[in-house]
Design a protein around this ligand. Structure first.
Ligand code: ASP
Length: 438
């Protein structure tokens, strides 16, 4: 094909800024990688006939290699990084009155925002009623089907009778065991206790440990920086693999349910932008531009934990949050503040109630609210964790847990979306607290 000179010139002049943008901005690289990943995934999905099922799986596995390398590098440092960041975050606030204020406000804030997200989830799902679009023939089959293995494990999650034991077990009597087993909630609690103890001892005694924490944090962040070099490649490969495996039709099949959950997540995102604007004066466009790499990385990795280091960096460098605040809120929020997950769990519960024709009384809705807040706090910040913990909520209101099998097929796409909202929630919290606690 012969391209005339002016057209060539026009192509070069328009592609130049794009190339420049790709060179300079991480988010542009990741967005391009995401798009390419989806295109390649569609092309290599067995439904096109270009590859067989087995070939697709093999190619997908190889394409995902950089992504897995990226995730392993991050996972390698996530426990020491979370621990060191929280201890430092607390200890750098030498003023204990300030600490109390921050802790208290943060606790209230996390619970309140989760409640708002859950209420949005319940309302949107009740109004749209996506359950009515589901073909319910064959549901008996689901009833008989065993649970996904991971969901079964959670069925012995706390009941009202076992709650005291559950609560006391959150306090790790062997912190090293908690660290080795990546029990993040326990690690966070241990870090908070050490941080508070450090503030309470004489500076002569706390200094060596604080220096050590500082050193651990810098070393971990350097490793994260290395991992970030391959982030676009990771995004490309992980997305290509998902689309090869799941295919786009699987995602379209339950379109109404997916659309409902995504709408709810978008509403939560809008709520964040409005809160940021009113409290800090930062426009939604500016806020979203600054946090874009974090959201894209969360979308492609489906893991708030994997994005935690980048969130920390973004909070401090882009949003100008004071380290004393961000180092406390981001690692803590990554572990316990999951508004996207809370919304998703409530929406999924209502949807399955509609599918199984379970009538939900106002008490049942209240139970969903309370258990979803608890469940989102306890959900590990890893891919697919939200759907596993969902089993707890379903049992609490008498919906067959086998319903999880129905929504499993589209969980990945929703996981990507809710993780992006989860990390946005943490960044919003640090921005707001930064402003409120001068
Ligand atoms: N993947 C989510 C996260 O890491 C948790 C979930 O599955 O909802 O934030």
């Amino acid at each position: 094909m012969i391209i005339s000179k002016p057209i060539k010139k026009a192509i070069i002049s328009t592609s130049k800024p794009i190339r420049e943008m790709l060179k300079q901005h991480l988010w542009a690289k990741m967005l391009a990688a995401m798009f390419l990943g989806i295109v390649v995934g569609i092309a290599l999905n067995p439904s096109t006939g270009w590859t067989s099922h087995e070939q697709g799986l093999i190619v997908g596995n190889w394409l995902a290699l950089p992504g897995k390398l990226f995730l392993s590098l991050i996972q390698m440092v996530v426990v020491p990084l979370v621990f060191a960041s929280i201890v430092q975050g607390i200890a750098s606030n030498e003023d204990t009155v300030f600490l109390k204020k921050l802790g208290l406000r943060l606790g209230v804030y996390f619970v309140l925002t989760s409640c708002v997200a859950i209420v949005i989830g319940i309302f949107v799902t009740m109004i749209i009623n996506p359950g009515q679009y589901m073909d319910t023939t064959g549901l008996d089959l689901y009833q008989e089907n065993p649970l996904p293995p991971a969901a079964e494990e959670t069925l012995d999650s706390p009941t009202i009778g076992t709650m005291p034991d559950y609560l006391i077990n959150l306090l790790p009597n062997n912190p090293l065991h908690a660290m080795v087993n990546t029990q993040m909630l326990q690690v966070v609690i241990f870090a908070i206790i050490i941080g508070i103890a450090l503030v309470s001892v004489k500076p002569r005694n706390s200094r060596p440990l604080l220096d050590l924490m500082d050193s651990i944090q810098s070393v971990c962040m350097t490793i994260v920086q290395w991992a970030m070099y391959i982030a676009p490649l990771a995004v490309f490969g992980l997305l290509a693999q998902i689309v090869i495996q799941v295919g786009l039709e699987a995602l379209f099949g339950m379109a109404a349910y997916v659309a409902t959950a995504i709408l709810g997540l978008l509403l939560v995102l809008c709520t964040y932008c409005i809160a940021v604007f009113f409290v800090t004066g930062m426009s939604a466009a500016e806020f979203l531009r600054k946090i874009r790499p974090v959201q894209i990385l969360a979308f492609s990795t489906s893991s708030s934990a994997a994005v935690m280091p980048l969130s920390l960096q973004t909070a401090e460098e882009e949003l100008k949050v004071r380290p004393g605040i961000s180092q406390f809120i981001i690692p803590l929020g990554t572990t316990i503040n999951m508004d996207g997950t809370a919304l998703y769990q409530a929406a999924a519960t209502i949807f399955l109630a509609q599918v199984f024709n379970v009538d939900l009384s106002s008490t049942a809705l209240l139970i969903i609210l309370v258990t979803s807040v608890g469940a989102s706090i306890g959900t590990p910040a890893t891919p697919g964790a939200g759907i596993v913990i969902l089993a707890t909520i379903l049992t609490s209101v008498g919906i067959p847990t086998a319903g999880i099998a129905i929504i499993l097929g589209v969980d990945r796409i929703l996981d990507m979306c809710r993780t992006s909202v989860n990390v946005t929630g943490d960044l919003t919290a640090s921005l707001l607290m930064n402003k409120w606690l001068k």
